[in-house]
Ligand binder design. Structure first.
Ligand code: DC
Length: 217
């Protein structure tokens, strides 16, 4: 049976941690679409391509071969996972992700992957655009302060030096850009189940989603 799961929500809501665990439980390929927008941002910054230089951006994206292997993003045979999570990329990614041509290309690629494999995908427009027909859709949310706290701990644990206030500022700015952009803004699909994870552990959120899916299978 073809099953696909869509998980949307703002930055730091716990989407990727939860999607990874569910991908193992249901034997699905996990596609972190935020990583794909981050990779475009990484290479655009490296090549000095601004978000308003559409022609160069499209050329750049066409030159990127993106693959997910063991939940890591490989671009042109190089593992870029550690680089794309750095604060410099987080700070810039929403501006590149707001460009309609960038979205069109990445959404296209995401749809192609989902036709080939059983997937769990997380992002901002999965339930509303990429996997519009997915039988299982979730919208994960948490307060900006809680989300900033989680991102802060995650980066500190990886040895990356950051300030909590900078992370919170960045999350609030990104929320605004992601929910107000013209093309595919972040919002909850009408048929998605919303889960506020502010006061829930990862295990509690996973169990909730696991039971909802199992009861429908
Ligand atoms: O999930 P994340 O924080 O790694 O995502 C990085 C950025 O990419 C986020 O600010 C918005 C953008 N994004 C998007 O616009 N659409 C998606 N499907 C996934 C991410």
């Amino acid at each position: 049976m073809k099953i696909s799961i869509a998980i949307d929500g703002p930055a730091g809501a716990g989407k990727s941690t939860i999607a990874k665990i569910l991908s193992d439980k249901f034997n699905l390929m996990y596609i972190n679409t935020g990583f794909m927008y981050r990779a475009v941002t990484l290479f655009a910054l490296k090549n000095n391509v601004q978000p308003n230089d559409i022609e160069s951006l499209c050329k750049l994206i066409n030159s990127l071969d993106m693959k997910f292997i063991n939940n890591r993003l490989i671009v042109n045979d190089v593992d870029v996972t550690n680089e794309i999570i750095l604060p410099e990329i987080s700070k810039n990614v929403s501006n590149y992700a707001a460009v309609p041509e960038v979205r069109e290309k990445l959404v296209d690629l995401q749809k192609k992957i989902s036709k080939k494999y059983n997937v769990i995908m997380d992002g901002r427009d999965i339930g509303t655009v990429v996997l519009k027909d997915a039988p299982f859709k979730f919208y994960l949310n948490a307060s900006p302060e809680e989300r900033a706290k989680r991102r802060f701990n995650e980066l500190i644990n990886k040895g990356i030096k950051v300030e909590y206030n900078n992370i919170l500022d960045d999350i609030i700015k990104r929320d605004y850009i992601d929910t107000h952009r013209k093309t595919n803004p972040l919002y909850k699909a009408s048929d998605a189940i919303e889960i506020d994870s502010s006061n829930l552990t990862i295990e509690q959120v996973v169990n909730k989603i696991y039971h909802i899916i199992n009861s429908k299978l």
